[in-house]
Design a protein around this ligand. Structure first.
Ligand code: MN
Length: 280
């Protein structure tokens, strides 16, 4: 388990308590607030962690991002069945999937080949007692849906039931609000503005109507329809590229790109072109 509100959030304590009914829980979470960090990773300094306690559970607080925590947790405890992230204090609906640290922790699990579930509740909720039966029901559903690699869950304040949903993507909801520095000069707040009238079947619609929303997500963001259309209407060098280049790249070819990638990378081990959980 991880989160983005920091390891001492009441949301992670409530989730850990209910999750413990289903199996062995290990908590590896950021030592401080990491909300809206998205899928940031710490690439310019090493990470470390310290043991702490959440109720009767031993937990580990990390000086890193939610994605760092999940990578570190999966490295240390190789046999991880599922990563739960949350419960976030604040819903992550629609466009929030792009900047949510809660979802990024679940996404990091999915990238490592481990199932990920992100769970978010109302902002400011401190008492999770009434939520626990709903958390239990959602975990009972999702822990048995073993083919879903990544799910985004949102709990409205007064749930009426549970529904499967899609992401509500409309226009981007970030707006800049200018203000003045007390000593002069301009300052700007980046704010999130509510979007009116979500469509039926979306995560935002479900939350607005009092339904717990379960959204299956995927890591491949390729727009299949647009790819088919644009490569038919405006073919480039695909025919030549697939004729002269091998079907699958060699390790040497992978090496040639590795050093040019944006994030810090380590050399690919022969025979291991994919990152694997628990590697040395
Ligand atoms: Mn948060």
């Amino acid at each position: 388990m991880s989160n983005d509100d920091g390891i001492y959030s009441p949301g992670i304590a409530a989730l850990a308590e209910v999750a413990s009914e289903f199996g062995t829980v290990r908590v590896v979470a950021p030592d401080v607030q990491q909300s809206s960090m998205g899928h940031a990773i710490t690439a310019t300094r090493p990470l470390s962690y310290r043991a702490t306690h959440i109720g009767t559970l031993t937990a580990y607080r990390v000086n890193g991002t939610p994605a760092d925590c999940v990578a570190l947790g999966v490295y240390h405890w190789g046999k991880v069945d599922v990563v739960l992230s949350g419960i976030n204090l604040g819903l992550n609906l629609g466009n929030s999937i792009w900047h949510s640290g809660t979802l990024a922790a679940a996404k990091q699990a999915a990238l490592l080949g481990v199932r990920g579930v992100a769970l978010s509740g109302p902002a400011g909720l401190e008492n999770f007692e009434n939520s626990k039966p709903w958390i239990r029901r959602v975990l009972d559903i999702l822990l048995h849906e073993t083919t879903l690699p990544l799910v985004n869950v949102n709990f409205p304040r007064e749930p009426r039931g549970v529904v499967w949903t899609r992401v509500s993507v409309r226009r981007y909801d970030g707006q800049i609000v200018p203000t003045k520095h007390p000593l002069g000069g301009d300052l700007f707040w980046f704010t999130v503005t509510p979007i009116e009238g979500a469509e039926t079947g979306t995560d935002r619609w479900a939350a607005e109507q009092g339904w717990i929303s379960l959204t299956p997500l995927r890591l491949d963001l390729t727009d299949e329809g647009q790819l088919r259309a644009v490569s038919a209407d405006h073919p480039l060098d695909e025919t030549l590229a697939t004729a002269v280049s091998p079907h699958r790249s060699s390790n040497e070819a992978a090496e040639s790109v590795h050093g040019d990638e944006a994030t810090a990378s380590i050399p690919v081990q022969p025979g291991h072109s994919e990152p694997s959980p628990g590697r040395e």
